[in-house]
Design a protein around this ligand. Structure first.
Ligand code: B12
Length: 147
């Protein structure tokens, strides 16, 4: 008898910020990640940050939280992150992708103020996503670190 051992699939949480209805990238990224063997919990568009936190509570195997924002209001939509983290929630790397602020020309300050909220990684395209996910520890290792 031939037996094969499959590597356990990694789980990520995906969604779009609360004020944002742009759905196309969300769907494409979901398919892309599933095509690369990820288990994707996709909350879709218009997702408040508390719903990301609730999903993480339900699925502790989630290794990273991927949030898209295209309309330019990422900062406003994600401003509860420090408060949620103070309460011990959303303790996974948060990766933000898309258009991080309003307007075509992005300033260094746009990234800085998102970083001060505790956003761990900011990506403007999807090509850097898989290499980044490959560097992240599994959820179990992260739980150990956060206690
Ligand atoms: C289609 C579209 C819409 C549709 C959305 C339909 C739907 N169900 O999705 C409709 C008409 C509803 C819409 C509405 C609005 N839109 Co619109 N929309 C677009 C448009 C034309 C295409 C977006 C798209 O689907 N692109 C295809 C996907 C594959 O590409 P993408 O979204 O750029 O995503 C790529 C990257 O950003 C990145 N990425 C995206 N998400 C994520 C997430 C992660 C985790 C990662 C790693 C990467 C990543 O990877 C993707 C692939 O490279 C863009 C302009 C454009 N040409 O990009 C404007 C655009 C995004 N919209 C814009 C605006 C302003 C609006 C409105 C506010 C307009 C209004 N006044 O009502 C509303 C917002 C509504 C809301 N509450 O969010 C602006 C945003 C400007 C800004 N940030 O400064 C844009 C850029 C147009 C513009 N040039 O002004 N929109």
């Amino acid at each position: 008898m031939i037996t094969t051992t499959l590597a356990p699939s990694r789980t990520v949480l995906l969604g779009v910020t609360a004020s944002d209805t742009h759905a196309v990238a969300n769907q494409l990224i979901c398919r892309h990640l599933r095509g690369h063997g990820f288990h994707v919990v996709n909350l879709g568009v218009c997702t408040p940050l508390t719903e990301f936190a609730d999903a993480l509570d339900r699925e502790p195997d989630i290794a990273a939280v991927l949030i898209g924002s295209l309309n330019g209001h990422a900062y406003e939509d994600l401003r509860e992150l420090p408060e949620l983290r103070r309460k011990g929630r959303l303790r996974r790397p948060v990766i933000l992708g898309g258009n991080i602020s309003v307007g075509a020309h992005k300033q260094a300050g746009d990234r800085l103020r998102l970083a001060t909220l505790g956003i761990d990684h900011i990506l403007t395209d999807v090509d850097s996503l898989l290499p980044l996910l490959d560097t992240l520890p599994t959820a179990r290792v992260q739980e150990g670190r956060h206690g």
